[in-house]
Write a protein that binds this ligand. Structure first.
Ligand code: ADP
Ligand code: ADP
Ligand code: ZN
Length: 217
């Protein structure tokens, strides 16, 4: 299964992608996670990405596209992948189609998780991250032990860009640059909408049912 998780920041893309990757045994590719691990290691890519991320803006398309192009050529992507947070602009989506065509592959499914801006702001305020890719929420999805990842035992952290003023900027960026992708994939007949206001478990069930239906065909 080659699929994309689309939706505003805080919709639950990362949460669902991590669960689905585990269930489907395919990699979860998050461009945000790739940037954050580069920021942590202080690589040149990390330094560049940080200046955009902290401002709530998108990292330039050419940089982002080349990261994804490298990543999807790794052997673990042969069986498929769950793309989380990419593409985020129309040019990225067009480049993505071209690179998939080159390896004779295509996107089978785009899940669009929709959530109101007001819910998003609440979710971001309580988000806690692990460097392993797991995401928690202090109220909605707390770890078993306070501040510690259930999966790997690492200490959880708060993202610099989850402060309210940056979240508002990211929402603007989403509405201007990313939301046009809904029509882009709708027109290709790939898009399925999922209501992100439901619980994490209900949302997972809904997405799994969609995937099962596609696999039956
Ligand atoms: P969220 O899931 O909360 O929307 P991500 O972890 O996906 O956040 O991304 C964090 C930040 O990394 C984005 O706000 C943006 O600055 C940058 N980023 C991630 N993916 C992309 C992309 N495909 N294109 C450009 N910038 C990106
Ligand atoms: P995204 O990757 O789209 O930015 P996340 O998966 O990181 O979103 O989720 C944002 C925050 O909301 C996290 O703290 C997460 O635990 C929480 N969350 C995710 N899905 C739900 C849900 N269905 N209901 C309530 N909280 C959720
Ligand atoms: Zn972890």
């Amino acid at each position: 299964m080659r699929m994309i998780m689309l939706g505003p920041p805080g919709a639950g893309k990362g949460t669902q992608a991590a669960i689905l990757a585990n269930t489907l045994k395919i990699p979860h590719i998050s461009t945000g996670d790739i940037f954050r691990s580069n920021i942590k290691e202080n690589t040149p890519l990390g330094v560049l990405a940080k200046s955009y991320i902290d401002a709530g803006k998108l990292v330039p398309d050419d940089v982002t596209v080349s990261i994804v192009e490298d990543r999807i050529q790794k052997p673990d992507c042969k069986k498929g992948f769950i793309m989380d947070g990419f593409p985020r602009t129309i040019p990225q989506a067009e480049k993505f189609d071209e690179m998939l065509e080159k390896i004779q592959a295509e996107i089978e499914l785009v899940i669009n998780i929709s959530v109101d801006d007001a819910v998003i702001i609440k979710r971001m305020a309580g988000r806690r991250m692990c460097s392993c890719g797991r995401t928690y929420h202090i109220e909605n999805n707390p770890p078993k032990v306070d501040g510690v990842c259930d999966a790997c035992g690492s200490k959880l952290y708060i993202r610099d860009d989850d402060k309210e003023e940056t979240v508002l900027e990211r929402l603007k960026t989403y509405h201007a640059q990313t939301s046009p992708l809904i029509d882009y994939y709708e027109n290709k007949g790939k898009l399925i909408n999922v209501d992100g206001a439901k619980s994490i478990e209900e949302t997972t069930k809904e997405i799994i049912a969609i995937i099962d239906k596609i696999n039956e065909k």
